[in-house]
Ligand binder design. Structure first.
Ligand code: E4P
Length: 214
């Protein structure tokens, strides 16, 4: 399973990249706004640190405006993946530009039916938002399981990018469902590594080592 960071914070991205587990980055306007940088600069800087796919989100609302915006974002760096919302306008944009080899991440996906349309449009990635589904009283992980089953059944090559992850259990369940990618905040990424029993075990071995005569 590929692990992405869902952040625009360069320090977090550098720290994860240094560990060697960072396969890609997803951003959105909310995350970039927190960094107080110009949008294009923020994306370019992330692409310099992470060589995997880096999602940059379009904000235009019509097909006519999305097409030039998507082309512009795709030119920011070779590893930019253009994010468009799962709307009619977004899907039309993917259909039109995927043949130009622009890679799309269709975002704000909340149902398996929507994910079928993203795959048929030619998206490289689809992002179901499981945390927001859970928040609304739905079963976000069931949507991931359904999408993975449907994609396997029909041989769709679009990668399932599990998004809106809130805790490590989301990562585990997405992996068990067969999702290609989990994108998560740095705090969740960090929690994948730590375990209180590991810390206690390390401490005990160190204490016992000090008792060995030298
Ligand atoms: C994914 O690409 C999105 O940026 C993200 O996962 C949204 O998560 P949120 O629901 O925590 O805002």
């Amino acid at each position: 399973m590929k692990l992405f960071l869902d952040t625009a914070n360069l320090n977090e991205i550098k720290e994860a990249a240094a560990l060697g587990f960072l396969d890609g980055v997803t951003t959105n306007p909310t995350l970039i706004a927190k960094e107080k940088k110009r949008f294009d600069d923020a994306i370019r800087e992330i692409c310099d640190v992470c060589s995997g796919p880096v999602s940059a989100e379009c904000v235009s609302e019509t097909y006519e405006a999305l097409v030039p915006e998507a082309r512009r974002l795709a030119k920011l760096a070779p590893n930019v993946v253009v994010k468009v919302p799962l709307t009619k306008e977004g899907l039309k944009t993917v259909r039109a530009l995927a043949p130009e080899r622009i890679r799309f991440n269709v975002t704000l996906c909340f149902s398996a039916n929507q994910a079928i349309l993203a795959a048929k449009a030619g998206a490289a990635f689809v992002s179901p938002f499981i945390g927001r589904l859970d928040d609304a009283g739905h079963d976000g992980m069931q949507v991931i399981r359904d999408i993975c089953l449907i994609y396997r059944t029909y041989g769709y090559t679009t990668e399932v990018l599990t998004a809106s992850i809130r805790h490590p259990l989301h990562v585990l369940e997405a992996a068990k469902a067969g999702a290609h990618i989990a994108t998560m905040p740095f705090a969740v990424f960090d929690k994948l590594i730590s375990h209180p029993l590991t810390d206690a075990g390390v401490q005990r071995f160190l204490d016992d080592y000090r008792k060995i005569p030298r």
